[in-house]
Ligand binder design. Structure first.
Ligand code: NAI
Ligand code: MG
Length: 506
């Protein structure tokens, strides 16, 4: 990638930090990687995308379009229609009709067949979708290729299997669908979040109005094409790109029966307020500030890989990121040293390069937020450590970063940064680790690293977090429920638990 260094001063300062603590390793020969870019020839981008309503791409009644860009280059990829109130109304009516006349009347096994078809088509086109996801969102191709797309496919396959088995999921109950579901998703895992939302809703016999995030609408629109190819009855899935205003129209539409939202806690609270008293159902999957706890008896090298995966995966744009590292005092120095060495080897750059570990920050606004919080960490007196990698000239970039000397009261220890920035703190006893880990308004995930099975049970059972990983991190599976405590939201997605949000029981 190109060579100009932006933010030169802060990075030099950071480099000095790392260098001061870790003498540079001397190698006889410099090892470098040749560029290994994934081809984009097989991705067919439209110049202009319409709204997907009633099984067709239509021009927006709002007459508005917005440009969607590649955050790694700031180049425009396409113009995308923005749904206004009238468009949302049209989509909801179409979804309602599709629910009443077709989808809820279809036999569950037939419904399942459509979902299997979507899963297979997506699997066939997984290369196209991986490239598109990386182009539009900035994530490394190895992640979109190996994580986002296969997991999205797995969610469709898994839920296709449930479609005709709901009676077993809810024994001794009558099970029926709810109706039109409004689903609003974020930009960090655009296709995967679309799959998390659509697959269970469809399996349970509901129809959907999906609003992708404003910076990453493309894979959802291409998924709409797959719905067409799968001959999904018109109106069962509608895709309406737009920003917060479009989302608010979906939330407030009187004929929407259920809202599923993944995004910031602030917007989650707005939605909860808007829905209070309406009788609409709601699930919220919001922010996080997960503790990743490393005990002195852990396999330390393995733990370092888990720490790196926990916070630098997807540039740290992960709601369940392990953004607070709690390390036992006796091994803190070792872990911090290994971490500094390890982040120096992470390759930042072109998201389409197969060797890239850290891609582009999703948007200018998100980059500004990360910079602000990092500056605040320095201001508050924590010590900044940053990989001294070169940042490309164009696009939005932030180097892998961690802070030591962090106090529990620091903003970087309390607020979701949603970037490649880790706050390192220490503890002496398991009790102290538990206390510190739970000292957060969030409760989405946590990680525990130890060689002792008994300690795993002791500590994980005391974590106020929806998902707790032991000796691993950021592992996902459609059979496993995911969701939060406290300000991380409520409701579960995935597994048999996730079905509950999409059915009416009698
Ligand atoms: P956001 O919560 O504003 O956006 C998420 C989705 O909600 C997008 O589709 C957006 O268009 C929609 N939205 C925004 N305002 C809405 C409203 N009033 N009614 C209905 N829908 C609305 O998140 P944003 O602004 O993109 O990111 C800000 C911060 O939020 C991030 O820095 C991060 O800390 C956090 N965030 C957390 C996510 C998570 O999965 N935990 C995902 C995205 C953001
Ligand atoms: Mg916002």
């Amino acid at each position: 990638m190109s060579t100009t260094i932006s933010d030169k001063e802060s990075r030099e300062k950071a480099a000095r930090h790392v260098e001061a603590e870790r003498p540079a390793l001397e190698f006889g020969a410099a090892w470098d990687y040749a560029p290994a870019p994934e081809s984009k020839d097989h991705v067919r981008l439209e110049e202009r995308y319409g709204l997907f309503i009633g099984g067709r791409f239509v021009p927006p009644r709002s007459r508005k379009h917005f440009a969607t860009i590649n955050p790694a280059t700031e180049e425009k990829l396409a113009d995308v229609a923005e749904a206004g109130a009238a468009d949302v109304d049209a989509a909801v009516r179409s979804a309602e009709e599709a629910h009443r006349k077709r989808w809820s009347r279809l036999s569950p096994a037939e419904r399942g067949k459509y979902i299997y078809r979507i899963a297979r088509l997506l699997q066939e086109k997984s290369r196209e979708f991986a490239v598109l996801e990386s182009l539009n969102g900035g994530k490394p191709i190895k992640e979109s290729r190996d994580v986002d797309i296969p997991l999205a496919v797995a969610h469709f396959f898994y839920h296709a299997g449930w479609a005709d088995k709901l009676a077993y999921a809810f024994p001794r109950h009558g099970v029926s669908s709810i109706g039109v579901c409004g689903q609003i998703i974020p930009w960090n895992f655009p296709l995967l979040m679309a799959a998390w939302k659509l697959a269970p809703a469809l399996a349970c016999g509901n129809t959907v109005v999906l609003k992708p995030a404003e910076t990453t609408p493309l894979t959802a629109l291409h998924l709409a094409r797959i719905c067409q190819e799968a001959d999904l009855p018109p109106g069962v899935v509608n895709v309406l790109p737009g920003a917060g205003e479009t989302g608010a129209h979906v939330v407030n539409h009187p004929r929407v029966r259920k809202i599923a939202f993944t995004g910031s806690t602030d917007v989650g609270k707005l939605i909860q307020r808007a829905l209070a008293g309406t009788g609409k159902r709601l699930t919220l999957e919001l922010g996080g500030k997960a503790a990743n706890i490393v005990f002195e008896d852990a396999a330390l090298d393995q733990a370092v890989e888990g720490i790196v995966n926990g916070i630098y995966f997807n540039q740290g744009h992960v709601c369940c990121a392990g953004s607070r590292l709690l390390v036992q005092e006796s091994v803190a120095e070792t872990i911090i040293g290994k971490l500094a060495d390890r982040i120096a080897t992470l390759r930042l750059g072109d998201p389409l390069d197969k060797n890239t570990d850290v891609g582009a920050i999703n948007s200018k606004a998100q980059l500004a937020k990360i910079r602000e919080l990092v500056a605040c960490g320095v201001e508050e007196g924590a010590a900044l450590h940053q990989a001294s990698c070169r940042l490309p000239e164009k696009g939005f970039w932030f180097p892998p970063t961690f802070f030591t000397g962090v106090a529990q009261s620091h903003r970087i220890a309390r607020e979701e940064i949603f970037g490649p920035v880790l706050a390192v703190m220490t503890f002496r006893t398991p009790e102290e680790a538990i206390e510190k880990a739970n000292n957060t308004p969030y409760g989405l995930s946590a990680g525990v690293w130890t060689d002792k099975g008994s300690k795993i049970f002791q500590v994980t059972s005391k974590m106020r977090a929806g998902v707790v990983w032991a000796n691993t991190f950021n592992k996902f599976d459609p059979t496993s429920p995911f969701g939060g405590y406290k300000e991380s939201g409520f409701g579960r997605e995935g597994g048999v638990h996730g079905l509950r949000a999409y059915v009416e029981l009698s």
